[in-house]
Every structure is written in structure tokens, then in C-alpha cells.
Design a protein around this ligand. Structure first.
Ligand code: PLP
Ligand code: TYF
Length: 396
């Protein structure tokens, strides 16, 4: 049965992790995978999470099956975060939200539902995009193409190319958009450019699928979610996937969601019923623990305040690392203009370094980034930054 099974390629980013773990170099630094580490290089366990977990353990609740769409209080909290608790679309019941197995699970539920709804649509992802977008939508049965995004020469977004691609896309095309903190480049579009994207989606009858994996890592929870309001204000039906992997440092708990913004409560009710079929036929119902932590934190004012502060702490530390990286590279004699580092948002920086330079960083200095030139700024800290800067200066 299995003799003809071909060896599948490794995920380029997760594969890099394996290579890092196997490297005996004691000075090695992992800037590959998109994970936030604190200044001691440790994966944080947030205080708000520990506090919520204590409460949950003390309550010693039995573990029955959750509803197919997850914990109701969790879904409501996700809606509040994404659309605003007081928004009309939420109070009118026009959003269908389900708990999902991470942000990836949210994308996959949405992709499977869209495939039933719109089977011949093409999916457009940014060029470049998160490694998994293409494979996920392809495996859901879609043809996946790209819209221009990164302009290497300009060190920024090729917005003219992006908007032209959207304006040239046939009706029904699904457009996957990074709501904030673009992965892998770190370059976001401006609010005025978002207005143009919303207008193109509307006039061309496209389907927007917003991937929000880094809410709170750019400028703030509300600021990073502002783009959602623009799609709502335009009266569009659209999809939003949410991930709490990074913002709660709950990677392995797989906590995420999918929200579908609808024109009416009646639409939302029918959409929800279909999302539940997708879930039921995939994994029946979601796991309890992670979502219960997030629901507890988001609905308990003191814990929520604690979370917002801890999230702000992560955001501020990343920004400090960006400034330090930029300044130190200059001080180390790197001639190129590195001011783009502090213009980028979120966990990643496209450094503009070539494949050869990235490979030298890895081979000669044990500094692991992705071949594309992407480094995870959230893995820099006051102890490893000088070694990273010295290595980059040597290959520049
Ligand atoms: N979307 C983007 C853009 C990401 O960078 C990630 C990162 O992991 C995800 C989705 C998936 O999130 P999760 O780990 O919650 O599945
Ligand atoms: O881009 C990253 O590094 C993160 C983590 O298949 C990740 O989003 C990478 C690859 C993958 C799943 C998660």
C-alpha cells in the first residue's frame, strides 16, 4: 500500500527548527520560527494565563464535550475583540463565530466552507505570504495564485501592483489579507491604502479573508483591529481568522477562531450551521483547556487588564529590539540604510539579506533565519543581539 508513497517536503520554517536543535554550536541563535521569547530567551507563560489556570484548576470542572462551535463565552469574547463589543454588527447578531484549533484551524474551517459555497473560485495570497497559506487553501481544493506585495528594490509594499491585481480579479475571488503585522515581510499597508483595498473588494465582488494572527503586536489591540471596521462599514460579507498563539503565548494549546461577518442575523444563523458541519466532519468539537483560559482572561476585568499590559510589554520589547538592531548595525559599520527595520511591524523583519547571506549566517555564526531573509525580531534579546549584529555585519 505504501511503497509508492513519496517523501513530502519539510515545512521550511519548522524544518529549520529541527536543524537548529541539532546544531552543537553553543552560541547559536534561533531567529527562524515566529515565536516571541522574553529578554532571557524564554517562552513566556503570561501571568494572566497562570492566574486563569489556577482558577480553572480550583473549580475542578468535569470535561464533557464542548458544543461543536466551542465555548459560547469564548466565541463572544473573540467577537468583541475582533469587531468591538459595542459594535452594531455584534449586537445585531450578524457575526457567526466558532472556536478553532489555532488560527490555522480558523483558516481551514473558512476554506472548507468557502469551497462548498464558491467551488470554482481562485484564492489570492500575498507574494510572499505565510508558508502555510498556499498549501492550506490548495488542500481545501482551491487554485491558489498571488497578488504582488513585497517590493524588494523599494523595501516596502508594491501597493500599485497589489491594487491592480485586486481590481483585475474576477468576481468571487477569495483574497487572503494579513490584518496586521504581515508575515513574513513586516510591512503593513496604510489606513488609506486599506480604504482602497476595501473599495476594490467591494466593487469587484471579491471575498476578503482576513488573517489576524498578531492582533496587539503592531500598535495595539484596537489599532491593529481597525481594518475590520473598514470592511464592516463597507457592508461587506467577509471572513476573519483569529489566533491567540502569540498574543497569549499559548502556542501548543491551539486557541483560535473563525468569524464570518454577514449582512443579516438570518444569514449568520445559516452560515453558523454550515461551519458546524465542517467542524463536525473534521474533529467533531474543539478542545477545552486553552479556550477556557482565554475566555476567563478576556471576561474577567482584572485578568484582562493584566493581559493587555503583558501584551503591551511584548509589543514594546519587540520595538526596542528593532531600534537596537537598527542602531547597532549602523554602529557596526553596515552601510546600507537600515531604517526599514523600525518601519516594519510585528514579529518579523525582512532584512533584505540574500539566500547566500542567510546561509552564511547559519553555517558560520549559528544565526538561524529563513532563507527568504526573514528574521524573527521577537527572538532577539539584550544578550544575543550583539552576536547577531556582528554576524550580519560580517556577511554584509
Ligand atoms: N497566520 C499567520 C499569518 C501566521 O503567521 C500564523 C502563525 O503561526 C498563523 C496564521 C497560525 O496561527 P496558529 O499557530 O494559531 O495556528
Ligand atoms: O511563520 C512562522 O514562523 C509562524 C510559525 O507551518 C509557523 O507563523 C510556521 C510554519 C508553520 C506553522 C507555524
Amino acid at each position: 500500500l505504501f511503497t509508492a508513497v513519496e517523501m513530502a517536503p519539510r515545512d521550511p520554517i519548522l524544518g529549520l527548527n529541527e536543524q537548529f536543535n541539532a546544531d552543537p554550536n553553543p552560541a547559536k541563535v534561533n531567529l527562524g520560527v515566529g515565536v516571541y521569547f522574553d529578554d532571557n530567551g524564554k517562552l513566556p507563560l503570561l501571568k494572566c494565563v497562570q492566574e486563569a489556570e489556577k482558577q480553572l484548576v480550583d473549580a475542578a470542572k468535569p470535561r464533557g464535550y464542548l458544543p461543536i462551535d466551542g465555548i459560547a463565552a469564548y466565541d463572544k469574547a473573540v467577537q468583541g475583540l475582533v469587531f468591538g463589543t459595542d459594535s452594531a454588527i455584534v449586537s445585531e447578531g450578524r457575526v457567526a463565530t466558532v472556536q478553532a484549533v489555532g488560527g490555522t484551524g480558523g483558516l481551514k474551517i473558512g476554506a472548507d466552507f468557502l469551497k462548498r459555497l464558491n467551488p470554482n473560485a481562485t484564492v489570492l495570497i500575498s507574494d510572499p505570504s505565510w508558508e502555510n497559506h498556499r498549501a492550506l487553501f490548495q488542500n481545501a481544493g482551491f487554485k491558489v495564485d498571488t497578488y504582488p506585495y513585497y517590493d524588494a528594490a523599494k523595501r516596502g509594499v508594491n501597493f500599485d501592483g497589489m491594487i491592480a491585481a485586486l481590481n483585475g480579479a474576477p468576481a468571487g475571488t477569495v483574497v487572503v489579507l494579513h490584518a496586521c503585522c504581515h508575515n513574513p515581510t513586516g510591512y503593513d499597508i496604510t489606513p488609506a491604502q486599506w480604504d482602497q483595498v476595501v473599495a476594490a473588494v467591494k466593487s469587484r465582488n471579491l471575498v476578503a479573508f482576513l488573517d489576524m494572527a498578531y492582533q496587539g503586536f503592531g500598535e495595539g489591540i484596537k489599532e491593529d483591529g481597525a481594518v475590520i471596521e473598514k470592511f464592516v462599514a463597507a457592508g461587506l460579507d467577509f471572513f476573519v481568522s483569529t489566533s491567540f498563539s502569540k498574543s497569549f503565548s499559548l502556542y501548543g494549546e491551539r486557541v483560535g477562531g473563525l468569524s464570518v461577518a454577514c449582512a443579516s442575523k438570518d444569514d449568520a444563523t445559516r452560515v453558523l450551521s454550515q461551519l458546524k458541519i465542517v467542524i463536525r466532519t473534521n474533529y467533531s468539537n474543539p478542545p477545552t483547556h486553552g479556550a477556557q483560559i482565554v475566555a476567563t482572561v478576556l471576561t474577567t476585568p482584572a485578568l484582562r487588564a493584566m493581559w493587555e499590559e503583558e501584551l503591551a510589554g511584548m509589543r514594546v520589547r519587540i520595538k526596542q529590539m528593532r531600534t537596537a538592531l537598527q542602531d547597532k548595525l549602523k554602529a557596526a559599520g553596515v552601510k546600507q540604510d537600515m531604517s526599514f527595520i523600525t518601519l516594519q511591524k510585528g514579529m518579523f523583519s525582512y532584512t533584505g539579506l540574500s539566500v547566500e547571506q542567510m546561509q552564511r549566517l547559519r553555517g558560520e555564526f549559528g544565526v538561524y533565519g529563513v532563507d527568504s531573509g526573514r528574521i524573527c525580531v521577537a527572538a532577539l534579546n539584550s544578550k544575543n543581539i550583539d552576536a547577531v549584529v556582528a554576524a550580519i555585519a560580517k556577511v554584509s
